[in-house]
Design a protein around this ligand. Structure first.
Ligand code: HEC
Length: 159
């Protein structure tokens, strides 16, 4: 019984239900290293859900391909219409045709970070977490702007 209690307490800590929680785990600052720790350890993206209209491996239309999977945290999935809730994180795992991970591109909606462009913090990582681009890269923002009225989200259309 004692073991069970300790176990539950540890789990509750891990899930981080306190203020600033983003679904599971604490909200990281808009900074690539902290965000990497969050999406790989604090709240591993592989345990998140997906948009109902973009599940599993999909053929990419973007420069990041040829295949990709998009994982969305609970704050995003709970958002019924754009703009999505602050705290939303979307991780796109870019894969080759054999399903091998080629890198991650991430959008993290952080209150006050970049109000001119949806408050998104953008990062591109190597499969090992090396930071290739971070912040407000013009390239990411320009291309995603075609769907600014859909909160810059390309793979899920809010109705
Ligand atoms: C030339 C256009 C283009 C550029 C540049 C681009 N993207 Fe995308 N992005 C897309 C498209 C199209 C999708 C839809 C999925 C797909 O086909 O790959 C997408 C999907 C995504 C997603 C999944 C969430 C969603 O629905 O939007 C993330 C996260 C993302 N991109 C991040 C980035 C980041 C970070 C950068 C810059 C390093 C970037 N993108 C640059 C076109 C682009």
């Amino acid at each position: 019984m004692k073991v069970l209690l300790v176990c539950c307490a540890a789990l509750a800590l891990l899930l981080g239900t306190g203020p600033g929680a983003v679904g599971q785990g604490k909200a990281p600052p808009p900074e690539a290293k902290a965000l990497w720790a969050h999406i790989t350890q604090g709240s591993p993206y592989t345990s998140w859900g997906s948009w109902p209209d973009y599940q599993g491996a999909q053929r990419a239309r973007s420069p990041h391909g040829p295949m990709n999977r998009v994982f969305v945290n609970q704050a995003g999935l709970d958002s019924a219409k754009p703009p999505v809730a602050h705290g939303t994180i979307e991780v796109k795992a870019v894969e080759n045709a054999q399903g091998k991970l080629k890198g991650l591109v991430v959008m993290y909606k952080f209150k006050g970070y970049n109000p001119k462009a949806g408050d998104w913090f953008w990062v591109r990582y190597s499969p090992e977490g090396q930071v290739m681009a971070e912040g407000k890269p013009t390239g990411c923002i320009r291309c995603h702007s075609v769907l600014a009225d859909n909160d810059y989200i390309m793979v899920h259309y809010f109705r």
